[in-house]
Design a protein around this ligand. Sequence first.
Ligand code: UD1
Length: 366
Amino acid sequence: MPYTIDLIAAARPNFMKVAPLYNALAALPDALRPRLVHTGQHYDRNMSDAFFSDLGLPDPHAHLGVGGGTHAEQTGRVMIEYEKLCMRERPDCTIVVGDVNSTLACAIAAAKLHIRVAHLEAGLRSGDRSMPEEINRIVTDSIADVLWTPSPDGDENLAREGVPAERICRVGNIMMDALEMSRARFEARQYARQLGLAAGGYGVVTLHRPSNVDDPAQLRVLADMLRESARSLPLVFPVHPRTHKCLVEFGLWETLKQPGITLLEPAGYIEFMSLLSTSAVAITDSGGLQEETTYLGIPCLTLRENTERPITVTEGTNRLMRPGEVPHAIRLIHERRWPQGRTPQLWDGRTAGRVVADLLRRAPTW
Ligand code: UD1
């Protein structure tokens, strides 16, 4: 009987973490059988299908079709549907990635059926429990059997929370595997040129955190900041569905339609990496972008009060700031006075290989 491994894919930031690992597992002899499970947390074509095709992922073995809802509704539906799948076709191990609601839900459902749970991108902590992702990280890590971390701060956080050392393995950052796997394609894509923008002559904006977009006063401050910044640097803004909904509802959407701001639908992975890789700066509240910009050496202005990825600040190009500080930061970048940063250890495009090696080492005793 092959050793069956479920890989949980759910929302946009999961797909690039799952793809390199799926490829590495699928390349092994038949002893291991990876199965892709899509929970359906993200369901729009450009939030999901585009990533499957850009990353060369096959159709999932199972699609749970849960869709949106409140946190409890979404988490609960994923638990119910994933438990049914496990009871019908039991895997030997469930691998969850990142920190979205489906990560937590599948980890709980599997752990209660005594299925081994491994968490890729374990140990990250912002220290901010008002973020839904922080709750997802803490709970997932507390029940996972194996914790694959991207950086030393992850190991330290887990040790402080009492996780035994033998469960922790530092494997590096899987996002860089996806980036390197796709580099030739996104470099050839030249999406900025298609939009009429010169390489190095524009900024990329992404915003979707509830703390930034759900509050009308905060979103207004951010919209004002974007309009002011666009006077000195053209901005491209692929707008997340949550953000679009809030901008429209709060009467801010039309105010962003001004010269210097290009509003786009959410971009696919190849389009987005093409845009990011030739940009001058990223203005964002995303976790993944803080890491990708550090790896690409592009300045990153993070509109948050904390980050679960502190290594992007201590070693990389990332700085946390308030909206009012962005125009000054853009001036510093123009004047080439932004710290260059360096690539953290094990962010080298070979993380999937280290995950598979650790899995093969542990699997015989499971
Ligand atoms: C989720 C993750 C977040 C991740 C983000 C990336 C959690 C708690 N949050 O947040 O960590 O950074 O994904 O996008 O899991 N929607 C659509 N189409 C879609 C997906 C969502 O219209 O394909 C709408 C939903 O109906 C909802 C809103 O967007 O109104 C938010 O979606 P949801 O999945 O709840 O959370 P995200 O904000 O995307």
